[in-house]
Design a protein around this ligand. Structure first.
Ligand code: ATP
Length: 317
């Protein structure tokens, strides 16, 4: 079995196409229309898209639960259809089903058996994972009495059985409260520290922003945007937020490169695009005898970029 080298992507998706039969078999609805994507070793990759964009469909094709109409998926250097390749990945489905009468410990022991963990190693592997996901003290509770956060921890523990090289998590933060989301985020980051590659889908953009080395935005069946957060957020063109007291904005119309975005009494909040416009604004404020209160770099958010991309896609269709 060939282990991928440091340069070889852990997951490569090329030209993936998938359509589903429509309602009452009237025509077919295209979900993926030539998706290309690459996940590199050791990174956390955020697969972002609106509801119904096709994230789960993509993940199900990678994990072998759905067959693609066209395209190729290469997993750890082998076609994803080979069981040997799939054995090296861990997968948390979007809506995992658990046997409610089992306890968390029993569930994991059962899963360890299915995952092929040798009998002599199962007990230790399960105890290690229970403590890793913070479930050791609640491992004897029947699953039907577990909260959504506890279920998600058990689901992640199940995905980690057998020490996968690639961890695929479908919407791992969905439905969790802020504390639960933080815990899942910490679990993902701990996996990255260990060198596990993580591919997860999400529409919770703030989580993706905190976690990801790279993101891809799925829109109209293809990746509309892909790159590091810096690339996607376009930090090369800086913008600024300036707060000034006692300025006179009469005559400003935005053509100068800045715009008043809020006003309270004689306090103005001004958005400025680019370093040169900032220098001109500061000079103007000085001439007006205004008091400069603060100058803060404005960081574009993933949410702004996402809406930008999805908005453009909607217009295009
Ligand atoms: P969400 O964030 O809501 O989970 P998603 O990006 O994961 O969305 P998918 O679940 O992949 O999206 O669904 C993409 C589209 O394909 C949706 O319109 C969905 O209704 C449709 N779809 C998915 N599975 C099937 C199926 N088995 N048969 C018919 N249509 C399907």
């Amino acid at each position: 079995m060939s282990a991928p080298g440091p340069e070889q992507p852990v997951l490569t998706i090329q030209g993936l196409v998938k359509a589903f039969a429509g309602h009452l078999s009237l025509g077919r609805t295209s979900v993926l229309r030539g998706l290309d994507l690459e996940v590199r070793r050791g990174e956390v990759y955020g697969f972002i898209g609106a509801n119904g964009a096709g994230k789960t469909t993509t993940i199900k094709i990678v994990t072998g639960l759905v067959t693609a109409d066209a395209g190729q998926v290469t997993l750890l250097g082998q076609p994803a259809t080979r069981p040997a390749a799939r054995r090296r990945l861990g997968y948390l489905p979007e809506q995992p089903n658990f046997y409610g009468y089992l306890t968390g410990r029993e569930f994991l022991r059962f899963q360890a058996r299915l995952a092929g963990v040798p009998p002599g190693e199962r007990g230790a592997a399960v105890e290690r994972l229970l403590s890793e996901v913070g479930m050791a003290s609640r491992a004897d509770r029947p699953i039907r009495k577990c909260s959504k956060g506890m279920l998600q921890r058990l689901g992640i523990a199940q995905a980690l059985l057998g020490g996968p090289e690639l961890l695929i998590l479908d919407e791992p933060m969905s439905g969790l409260d802020p504390a639960g989301r933080r815990d899942v985020r910490d679990l993902i980051l701990a996996q990255r520290e260990r060198g596990t590659t993580v591919f997860f889908s999400s529409h919770i953009l703030s989580d993706a922003e905190v976690l990801c080395d790279r993101v891809g935005i799925l829109e109209s069946g293809r990746l509309a945007l892909e790159g590091t957060l810096d690339e996607v957020l376009g930090r090369r063109s800086p913008s600024w937020e300036v707060t000034a007291l006692g300025a006179t904005p009469a005559g400003w119309n935005g053509a100068e490169g800045w715009q008043v975005t809020a006003r309270r009494g004689d306090r103005l909040l001004i958005r400025v695009e680019g370093d040169e416009a900032l220098a001109r604004l500061l000079e103007r404020l000085r001439q007006q005898g205004a008091t400069l209160h603060s100058v803060t770099p404005h960081r574009h958010t993933l949410e702004e970029r996402f809406l930008d991309v999805v908005g453009r896609g909607t217009e295009a269709t």
